[in-house]
Design a protein around this ligand. Sequence first.
Ligand code: B3K
Ligand code: ZN
Length: 855
Amino acid sequence: PTVIRRQDYRPPDWLVPDIALDFDLDPARTIVRTLLSVTRNGDHDRPLRLDGDGIVPLAVRVDGRELTQEEWHLEAGALIIALPDAAHQVETLVELAPEGNSKLMGLYASGGLLCTQCEAEGFRRITFFPDRPDVLSRYSVRLEADKARFPVLLANGDPIEQGDLPDGRHWARWNDPFPKPCYLFALVAGDLACNTDRFVTISGREVALGIWVKESDVPRTAHAMEALKNSMAWDERIYGREYDLDVFNIVAVADFNFGAMENKGLNIFNSRYILADPETATDIDYDGVEGVVAHEYFHNWSGNRVTCRDWFQLSLKEGFTVFRDQNFSADMGSHAVKRIEDVRILRAGQFQEDSGPLAHPVRPESYMEISNFYTSTIYNKGAELIRMMALMMGPERFRAGTDLYFDRHDGEAATCEDFVLAMEEGGAIDLTQFRRWYEQAGTPHVRALISHDPVSQSVELTLEQSVPPTPGQSDKQVMAIPLRTALFDSATGTHGGDELLLLTQAKQSFTFTGFPNAPVLSINRGFSAPVIVETNRSQADLAFLSAHDDDPFARYEAMQQLMVNVLVGRIAGQAVDDQAVIDAVRNTITDTALDPAFVAETIRLPSEAYLGDQMRLVDPDAIHAARDALQQKIGAELEPLWRDIHAKTKANAFALSPSAKGGRKLRNAALHYLVASGATDGPAIAFAQFDAADNMTERQAALGTLANGTSAEREAALDIFYNRYRDDALTLDKWFQTQAFALHPDTVELVAQLSEHKDFTLANPNRVRSLYGAFAGNQWAFHHASGKGYRLLADCIIALDRLNPQTAAKLVPPLGRWKRFEEGRAALMRAELQRILAQPGLSKDVTEQAGKSLE
Ligand code: B3K
Ligand code: ZN
């Protein structure tokens, strides 16, 4: 496959100021008539090139005249037409079969609906068009379909007109006044019911809101609607951004390649990020709905009004929008807990990516298949870059920077550099060195050492940075790293102020005076920079911080580091003292001043995968054994406390308040430790919680705890769960996921059996991710020394690639971590990657991911 490079960017040869689309919709045979007004961009004589993928023109007309077959040709799917003048009208006709579209890109059928997904390059599967984000057009769309099967017809923008036709058909016309790139085009046709509401914008305009789902799901849309209205108000308040159309519609679909899509005025969602009720959604699901609804809504400005010049700039909209949705969710709930969760996600996904064969900069230099670059680096590390800028600038200057960015680039396709320039000018800051965060891949390491001189009563903090080599980037330049820092007096448990240190050199020292005693270092507070910090702090220092640090993230981090040190020591076969961990957990759970949600986050042991990341060579069995043993010990030593917490946090009635959610989180953590303790009544208590729960948060947590063990209650609970939820796809996903994620000795065999289950299907991406995505994230099971876990995943990738390459390619990265495993496992992983690559007709998506993973 060909490699696309950022440096090769050229402005488009032809622009398309206006497009009129006419769809005659039918699952088996849809006719698309497209009328483009095209204008030559600059002085050149190059032909018009309209991208196409899997479509053929049934007719081509220029300025009303039908062209002969000699007057156009196809080149790599694209339609090439030589045009004499500066402006023309070009009309094409194509036929599509949406019901046969298993890639879920372009126009496809899902559960009786017809819907579209165009980002990044799906529009070319619908019609011939310059499919690149810097070609912006005004869209006028006419939809026609059978009225009984497709009573609702939706597209971007505002509804203009609709009417009935003979033979039970009907039509609707939608216009979108805002010029947009084609990746933001959308249509939906189907038998949908609507939750309607309204929002009055800050300038007094009324917006009609609609969430469209199948009739029986309407009661599950209330949370999404609340989230939408809160997002609209938040973006006005925090960024001064007002909504700009008269309608805002959201549609939920069951078959979707990722979370959701920000199409202008018509967001299309994976139903898992819209539907929620206490019976079927966990608190994490509720938060996911809130966060994704906000994310897609915020794209209306960061993505749609200001879009990307080319796909190398993807983080311009994604990193910024993730940053915006993270802060929104923090404002809706707890800032401390949200930050901990976000860092956990960053470390689990992005740090792994950044240290492996698929590492790439936030602004990549090249790609084969752009779908492979919707990564945790683009999204989550991209958000951290914005966060660092906001931190260095402070809220007022940051807002001045974003105001300038939105005003200057409204209606344009911009670059990451445009964003940085607006920050520099609007926010009065020099980001020359900071720009390297966009250019260099790899997680920086910072070594932080303090030395104390009692005579001068001074402290010297020495910071040393290094960025590891990554594919294509062996030598790294020095980064600008903002580190929030405090020095604690261990006698009083206080510090004299939090300082933002900017590390700009390879090695740099900072001196602090007025310290008669050696202080304790608290650094990278709030996770101010996405780096790995190594310090010379003792277990006693960490225990101190875990009890006293007034920055919640740093306090959490101290506890995690305390646990990591003990576990890594145990894994290495050292005799380590784990009493400090047990004491710290006891102190945390008995500190009644703390938020229960924070307590629950803090006391949980680092995941097996995170422990693996701390080791040069991952030993999955040793990690599992050490973590299991520590968990058992914490459970047993503090058993009365766990029983007490579990009993006390039982709520009378379900509520969604932050305090109710925190209570459930802590209750589930207590149950987990209680069962881990080995107490004989553990499984019975878990089963009782499973059985009595009035909400999915408690029910699924109890099921997950049981699934790790081998008790009789395990099978009983799994059976009950299956029979209760077999007809609800999103909830049945949890049944697959819980088993695939279980720390159970037979997980590989169980997953293999589940892949044959009558309810398993490769056609639904949520189901695939529930089984195989969860399994590949289960380090102990997936990395079974026999290699049978690798084979199972590779079999799935090969089969799925034939149907849905985009989702298949997302499953490849776990096989690419072979360099971090001993030679036996590494060889087995490489063999599976080679087997995948040897498949005839392999997609560009999987070819790129598997090929790079072998390097
Ligand atoms: N922009 C879409 C992602 C599209 C992914 C295409 N492979 C959703 C989002 O980030 O909001
Ligand atoms: Zn996004």
